[in-house]
Design a protein around this ligand. Structure first.
Ligand SMILES: C[S@@+](CC[C@H](N)C(=O)[O-])C[C@H]1O[C@@H](n2cnc3c(N)ncnc32)[C@H](O)[C@@H]1O
Length: 484
């Protein structure tokens, strides 16, 4: 493979990691076009050189700008998708207007491009929640593209931005000057724009006060499914009680009905935040998987890397206690953590694991089921459920949970190995081989000493050797079966 082809492959992974944009072989030309702009801007000749120049740079910084701005497509216009906006008016705004509640409305246009969507929401909301009646309307527009945001802040638009509006709309809210249409300050001062990368940046600084509506459409198109699900879940946590997340029709992918409370409308899907008492709890840290996979010793539970200081120390204490076999102490500490922060994934995991270690399987099961109902997309908790089910000999449930883990995180090596083992036991050898091949492929992309999540302290090389052994065993079993 030429070094440029290798660099292109490396860029595909890097761009997916940094921006959540996934390029298939069919859309690779788009990526190449963006990288060409990068080559020009940095006066470099090869993709390999460009990779070395950009790798390690801040994705929101100057070095990435030419590539980033070409990669993100900013097509938008005022009152785009009128049917969807009508759904928002009827299903979200009017019910809020009818409620007795503080007269403050907060809306978020995520992936707002040059601002037409955020301003459309502001115009629509101000019609239903007039300032004169004491309503306060606040709209946030965020995007990854600085150029688009600067344009949005200016509030200046050309003809093309009005291609979807009814007659008279433009004249009502804008005034024309030298070929540009200026939005009235009375609308503009309700809208704020901020640079924010949905894939990389934390949500908390934006979401502390919660939103009544989050609109995110035509943004998810290049994101892989697990990324979409993670972002959707973070959005849901940022909603006020009874707030709504609205996405473009089919943007979330199929088969998510079991994961979210989805309302389908002709042009959009709406997911409600019922039951959220507090606005915007903190975004969960990156998954910290647990326990063991086929034939490997259980790893020591890892401590979370991204928690605030206090829980982090207690987590470490609980984790150390468990590693030392002091399950009663681990249980006590993790229980206090869970009472303080019932959504804290790592605390729940330690708590469930300590209960299981003490033989309190029913209690462990109840705690896990409750936590999963609050956090159904948690990879570590779903993986833990597979382990608990396996412990209790519930093979169908084990498989279901492993399927879910792999649906959420296809590169989860431990789950691949566990599932391969189940398939092997059930004599589904081709399925077992498929999972092992995939695990070997994933491990092949890692460095030899890298710890493998959920299989720590084993390094990648050891796990790879184990996978190959299992594969060989399955292959021989497959051949043996074929000989009969
Ligand atoms: C096609 S526009 C959609 C604009 C508007 N939502 C609409 O539907 O009219 C997609 C926008 O998503 C933004 N975007 C892409 N990836 C993003 C990311 N990771 N974080 C935030 N915004 C992103 C792009 O910069 C672009 O402005």
């Amino acid at each position: 493979m030429s070094s440029d082809r290798m660099a292109l492959r490396a860029f595909r992974h890097l761009v997916a990691e940094l921006f959540g944009l996934e390029f298939t072989p069919a859309s690779l030309a788009e990526l190449q076009a963006a990288l060409r702009l990068g080559l020009e801007a940095h006066r470099l000749k090869t993709l390999e050189a460009l990779f070395h120049r950009l790798e390690g740079e801040d994705p929101a910084g100057e070095a990435w700008r030419p590539v980033r701005e070409r990669l993100t497509v900013g097509e938008t216009f005022f009152f785009r998708d009128a049917a969807q906006l009508e759904t928002i008016r009827a299903q979200v705004f009017l019910p809020i207007a009818a409620q007795e509640r503080p007269r403050r409305i907060r809306l978020w246009s995520a992936g707002c491009s040059t601002g037409e969507e955020a301003y459309s929401l502001a115009i629509m909301a101000l019609d239903i929640f007039p300032e004169a009646q004491g309503w306060q309307v606040e709209v946030l527009g965020t995007d990854i593209h600085e150029g688009s945001l600067s344009q949005a802040k200016r509030g200046l638009y050309r003809e093309w931005s009005f291609r979807g509006v009814p007659p008279g709309f433009r004249e009502q809210w804008f005034h024309e000057s030298r070929g540009h249409w200026h939005l009235q300050p009375a609308i503009r001062h309700h809208v704020q724009f901020k640079l924010h990368n949905l894939v990389q940046d934390p949500f908390e600084p934006l979401t502390e006060e919660g939103f009544d509506l989050i609109l995110c459409r035509n943004v998810f198109i290049y994101f892989p499914l697990p990324q979409r699900l993670r972002i959707a879940q973070a959005f849901l946590k940022a909603l006020r009680p009874n707030g709504a997340l609205v996405l473009g029709h089919s943007e979330l992918g199929h088969d998510v009905a079991g994961l979210f409370r989805v309302e389908k409308h002709p042009d959009s899907i709406m997911i409600r935040a019922e039951g959220h008492e507090a606005p915007a709890p903190a975004l969960q840290p990156a998954p910290q998987p647990c326990a063991h996979a086929v034939g490997m010793k259980p790893r020591l539970p890892s401590t979370a890397k991204h928690h605030p200081p206090k829980p982090r120390n207690l987590l470490k204490e609980a984790s150390d206690a468990m590693a030392a076999g002091e399950h009663g102490r681990a249980l006590k500490i993790s229980q206090s953590l869970v009472s303080a922060a019932p959504r804290q994934e790592e605390a729940v995991r330690l708590n469930v694991q300590s209960l299981a270690n003490l033989g309190k399987l029913a209690e462990a099961q109840t705690m896990l089921t409750e936590s999963l109902s609050r956090n159904p997309l948690s990879v570590p908790l779903n993986y833990l459920r597979s382990l608990l089910a396996s412990e209790q000999g519930q093979t169908a449930e084990t498989l279901k949970s492993l399927d879910r883990v792999l649906y959420l995180e296809p590169d989860h090596v431990a789950a691949r190995m566990d599932r391969a083992h189940l398939f092997e036991v059930w004599n589904r050898i081709p399925d077992a081989l498929k999972d092992l091949d995939r695990a070997i492929e994933i491990l092949g992309r890692m460095e030899g000493q890298d710890p493998v999540p959920d299989l720590e302290p084993f390094g990648c090389e050891e796990v790879l050797t184990r996978c190959r052994e299992l594969r060989e065993r399955c292959r021989q079993a497959g051949n043996g079966r074929a000989a009969f």
